[in-house]
Design a protein around this ligand. Structure first.
Ligand code: SF4
Length: 387
């Protein structure tokens, strides 16, 4: 039996769509998903949250939400007499304005749309009742002030959470100090707590240029030409995950969000409007299938059998970045150790303990705590500095 409200629309654009085609697809996807919610009414401030994580290597890499999708949703908001504000902060240590300029979001500014770099906005402390990981967190003021939140993620794989869709995208509303805290404590559950706090009214998923492999920035581009929409973010992540070849049980954030009552993760209970998901399915290459593991210097990895995908994929992503910087050799003579079960194995000569599960074996300098830690913290340690 279908659950009322668990409705996800799937619409296809032409290949390499122009703005007119994108706008038409967004309009249709939104309409099929029941239309924008009533709260998008005259005078309301509507925060549109794209994914502006990092300057990608090409505009079509699938790392960043297509500005055309943002423009199309902003126009729908304007038609309702509401005021759209496009806002995001790039990942830790990254420059949002550089992403805005590279991706063409500055053209939206030229056309009169408000595009905010959240990192320049005030961060305020808020309480998140019932949260265990982040009961107090710092979030950006515009996200607190907005009357309505519409989430605009992009479809891609992720080196720590398997895939990043609606739920994961909301972490961008946290100030950097809280982003660090959620990595140190428990990323998956923390993401779900942040999603529970913000509870966007509607989501439009950019599935035009997407990314597989070692996402969310340096993966391989895949043109899917899809736009999806819905009010139930868990249902949307479930269906988008199925399209990418992931069962809901393989995605920790989807599982935890459904357990927390944020939405429906049982495919048979989700109504699909538009194209059947099976008709557009394409298995995405997983982060864990990266060939980079074969390139690591001999003896440089001691991945304990109980290491979960969080630390496992983080290590893969670190290897990819080291290789991209021509610095894989910095790992020679060192060993990255993950997972609690590594305690049963002989201690390597120069270990780097990665993740809370392994850290009980580490001394301070060799220890990168987190669950999982940020990739950049591990890279800084390997290359000689600490963040
Ligand atoms: S610290 Fe442990 S539980 Fe956390 S991501 Fe790493 S292996 Fe998984």
């Amino acid at each position: 039996m279908k659950i009322p409200g668990a409705l996800v629309s799937i619409v296809r654009t032409p290949r390499r769509p122009d703005q007119e085609s994108i706008a038409a697809a967004v309009r249709r996807a939104v309409a099929l998903a029941g239309g924008l919610p009533e709260e998008v009414r005259p005078g309301a401030t509507v925060l549109l949250k794209p994914n502006l994580v990092e300057v990608p290597y090409t505009k079509e890499s699938g790392a960043v939400t297509h500005p055309g999708v943002c423009r199309a949703v902003a126009e729908l908001v304007l038609e309702r007499g509401a005021a759209p504000i496009i806002a995001d902060g790039a990942g830790m240590g990254s420059d949002t304005e550089a992403v805005i300029a590279f991706m063409g979001y500055d053209l939206l500014r030229c056309d009169g749309f408000t595009v905010l770099d959240l990192k320049k906005e005030q961060a305020v402390g808020v309480m998140n009742p019932g949260a265990a990981v982040l009961p107090r967190m710092k979030v950006y003021q515009p996200a607190v002030d907005a009357d309505v939140l519409i989430n605009l993620p992009v479809m891609k794989t992720h080196d720590q959470t398997e895939i990043t869709l609606s739920l994961k995208n909301l972490k961008g509303l946290l100030a950097d100090s809280s982003k660090r805290a959620v990595h140190r404590r428990a990323l998956f559950r923390g993401i779900v707590e942040v999603a529970a706090y913000f509870r966007p009214s509607f989501t439009v998923l950019d599935g035009i240029f997407t990314q597989e492999g070692v996402g969310p920035v340096y993966g391989d581009p895949v043109e899917m030409d899809l736009v999806m929409a819905g009010r139930d973010m868990v249902a949307l992540d479930t269906v988008a995950g199925l399209i990418m070849g992931y069962s809901p049980a393989e995605v920790p954030t989807t599982v935890l969000a459904a357990e927390a009552g944020l939405g429906i993760a049982e495919p048979e209970k989700i109504e699909i409007a538009g194209l059947p998901w099976e008709s557009v399915q394409r298995r995405f290459k997983r982060c864990s299938e990266s060939e980079i593991l074969r390139e690591a210097p001999p003896g440089s990895l001691q991945i304990g059998a109980d290491t979960c995908s969080g630390c496992r994929n983080t290590v893969i992503s670190v290897l990819v970045e080291l290789q991209a910087r021509g610095a894989l050799a910095a790992l020679e003579g060192r060993t990255i150790v993950t997972g609690a079960s590594s305690a049963k194995e002989p201690l390597p000569a120069r270990p780097i303990f990665v993740g809370n599960c392994a850290r009980q074996r580490g001394r301070d300098r060799e220890n990168v705590p987190g669950c999982p830690p940020e990739n950049s913290w591990i890279i800084d340690l390997i290359l000689g500095g600490r963040s």
